[in-house]
Design a protein around this ligand. Sequence first.
Ligand SMILES: [Mn+2]
Length: 196
Amino acid sequence: MEQRKAEVERKTKETDIKIVLNIDSSEKPVINTSLPFFDHILYSMAFHGGFYLNIQASGDIEVDPHHLVEDTGLVLGDAFKAAAAVSEKAIARFGHFIIPMDDSLSEVTIDACGRPYLVYRAEYPQERAGNFDIFLLKEFLKAFSDRAGLNLHAECRYGENSHHMAEALFKAMGKALAEAYRPFDMVLSTKGFLNK
Ligand SMILES: [Mn+2]
């Protein structure tokens, strides 16, 4: 099977983002968003998902990191869509993982069906991880699921530490993505096709 790779660039007045994704390579990820905690969890996601991800992102974070975080989600969603389209082969479609991290337990369930829908549940005890506004993760997940065409259920079930909760969530997302995009021998739809 041809490797499912994509390179997507998006430049606006607010942000400049370049992402290279290879679903079929476990080469070490390289993440530079200028937001250290965001880098940390995106790295964990790709590393544990076993896919190659290179993100080079910059933007008007002095205004508010909101633009950068949301736009990174948009471009990553586009990258998954484009990379998956490289191969005609069907995918497993569903992925589910629950990951603990000390006090925290987080869960991600994915249907890579082409129809976006996000359910996100997280009650973080601290508003920040490092100096990162933890509430921005919702913007990322929404943008990502919209553009990748994922039904994404992301839930931090419980935890005492926002860093652990988010990190466990992104590890679970990496593993669930890897499972959902695993090549599969038949198209898993009773309609006979998926518009991935
Ligand atoms: Mn950590």
